[in-house]
Design a protein. Structure first.
Length: 278
């Protein structure tokens, strides 16, 4: 069975991994898929990838959503981490710019700049996206709560509800998005309830699905499954508590159980636009 191409839906899964915005490799894939107009693409965007930890998160997602990994990464260590991970999981991977780069490099005597994203023209839209990416990374997982009041959107959710990928996807739309984890028996930051500008959205997921995802996560880091983190009863309690908090504060709630990051993001954008019109 082909894990990457859904013959019934005529849909191919592609992960775009870039240390910049990912626009260049996306354009390359669009050009190729134009030759197969009946094929749709299910895409996962991973821009501004600058660390091994980010690569590990991408590989974890790619295990759950097998697809072709199309990448453009300058840093040798991060490239090797991604390539080795793809080989281990038997995922096809390609860096479409490599062949062109090798030909040009072989015919000139200028040293490569090694600057990520140097192919982009600096314009207002590009700068807005870059600023949004930087904001998302600086405000990931509850960091820098004091400057979250500047966000367009704040995502709150229990562990493994795709908060970070959703933030990154929305950043690609030029939105400043942060996220805060909802941890059992831990209060949310008091500052959160004083913010008036940001749209605050709650994410939940089916408990059994969360259990399987968390068990996979524990296996990847070499931990045992017998922790509360992956215990089905504890997870059910987490979800019930999360729903109560979201309802109490009037925060829109999205169940991401059967949604891709793109679908979740589209719902958030719709709610955000509705809030702006009020």
């Amino acid at each position: 069975m082909n894990r990457i191409y859904n013959k019934k839906k005529k849909e191919i899964t592609i992960h775009f991994v870039s240390d910049s915005t990912g626009e260049t490799i996306d354009a390359a894939v669009v050009a190729v898929l134009a030759q197969f107009p009946e094929v749709k693409k299910k895409e996962f965007f991973w821009p501004m990838v600058r660390s091994v930890e980010q690569i590990e998160n991408i590989l974890e997602n790619a295990i759950k959503n097998p697809g072709i990994v199309v990448y453009s990464i300058i840093d040798d260590r991060n490239r090797k981490e991604l390539e080795n991970g793809c080989k281990k999981q038997k995922l096809p991977f390609i860096s479409p710019l490599d062949s062109l780069f090798d030909i040009i490099k072989g015919n000139i005597s200028i040293v490569q700049s090694k600057i990520a994203g140097s192919q982009h023209r600096i314009d207002e839209n590009y700068l807005k996206k870059v600023n949004a990416f930087e904001y998302a990374m600086q405000h990931d997982d509850g960091q820098k709560i004091s400057t979250m009041r500047e966000a367009d959107i704040i995502i709150v959710g229990v562990s493994r509800t795709s908060k970070t990928p959703t933030c990154i996807y929305l950043a690609n739309k030029g939105l400043k998005v942060s996220n805060i984890p909802l941890v059992s028996n831990t209060k949310l930051p008091d500052e959160l309830f004083t913010f008036s500008k940001p749209l605050i959205v709650g994410l939940i997921k089916d408990p059994r699905s969360l259990m399987h995802i968390r068990q996979t996560r524990l296996r990847l880091i070499g931990e045992q499954h017998t922790t509360q983190y992956a215990d089905i009863d504890s997870i059910k309690t987490e979800i019930i508590q999360a729903r109560k908090i979201f309802t109490r504060h009037g925060w829109p709630t999205i169940d991401v159980s059967r949604r891709s990051v793109e679908e979740t993001s589209a719902s958030i954008i719709q709610i955000f636009n509705q809030k702006k019109r009020k």
